[in-house]
Ligand binder design. Structure first.
Ligand SMILES: [Zn+2]
Ligand SMILES: [Zn+2]
Length: 276
């Protein structure tokens, strides 16, 4: 296993069937959400030559199963602490983890060399859902996978970031003509549901910070979205802003996405070198 020199972010999988993201620098490694099964997360880590035993911490955004499914087993098997808010712990049933670490909204917490600042976003989990501003030696990452709307706080926290991982859940017209019940469609498109391609595009046109160099599209619906449509909608918004300096990476449910190296080109591999 090779230690990466700069900060590298890799979405191991993302979508309503499970979310997990690896953040690493040197020999420090953190998983944000373990919403795939333990076996599948371990398999995908092995696939990118990262030992599951080398993970130092798990950080949880909220207690929906697509973000927690394999987290407790991962924690127990590798003796890894789980960072979550007290509210999320309270509603997360059967969470028999190795050790808990407390997260508090708007309070920075140092985890394996990364400074996580959780903040509340608009989503319909039983306890508050958090997104993260993650400060690293190679610049800040904004991470928000389940958000019904873009809030003023998210705009402010993401404005100075270099890399954003943001939800691009559905194409509005595909959701409307799709097979879901009307009540489910209303939940998904509501202010506490999931962000559409069009809403993300509006954020890109109106609020994208000048320092952003990479956008990672996350939590794409397999029923109500198409990766090429999500990517094209985002690229059109970037072009409308004259932002030809921003890479777009589309994360997938069924496979590991291209890695993003914040510090520029690293060793040869599947990483995306950012145009800094
Ligand atoms: Zn989710
Ligand atoms: Zn959720």
């Amino acid at each position: 296993m090779e230690d990466v020199i700069g900060v590298r972010l890799t979405v191991l999988g993302s979508g309503s069937a499970g979310n997990a993201t690896l953040l690493q620098r040197g020999d420090q490694r953190v998983l944000i959400d373990v919403g795939l099964s333990y076996r599948e997360v371990a398999r995908r880590l092995d696939g990118i030559a990262v030992s599951p035993a080398s993970i130092g911490a798990v950080v949880i955004t909220h207690a929906h199963g697509d973000h927690t499914r394999g987290a407790a087993l991962f924690s127990r098997r590798h003796g890894v602490p789980v960072h979550a808010t007290a509210a999320t712990r309270a509603v997360w049933s059967n969470a028999n983890v190795s050790a808990w670490r407390d997260l508090q909204c708007d309070t920075p917490t140092d985890i394996c060399g990364f400074r996580f600042t959780p903040f509340e976003v608009s989503h319909d989990a039983a306890a508050a859902t958090v997104a993260f501003q993650i400060d690293t030696p190679d610049g800040a990452i904004g991470f928000a996978t389940d958000i019904g709307v873009v809030t003023p706080l998210l705009r402010a926290r993401f404005r100075h970031c270099r890399v954003l991982v943001m939800e691009s859940n559905h194409a509005t017209d595909l959701l409307q003509v799709g097979p879901y019940a009307r009540s489910t469609k209303a939940r998904i498109s509501g202010a506490r549901g999931h962000l559409s391609n069009e809403s993300l595009a509006l954020f890109v046109r109106e609020d994208l910070g000048r320092s952003v160099r990479c956008l990672v599209l996350a939590h794409l619906s397999r029923v109500n979205n198409v990766p090429e449509i999500a990517e094209m909608t985002c690229r059109e918004a970037l072009a409308a802003r004259g932002r030809h300096d921003v890479r777009v990476v589309v994360s997938r449910q069924d496979r590991v996405a291209e890695s993003v190296d914040l510090g520029g080109p690293g060793p040869a591999g599947r990483q995306v070198a950012l145009p800094f």
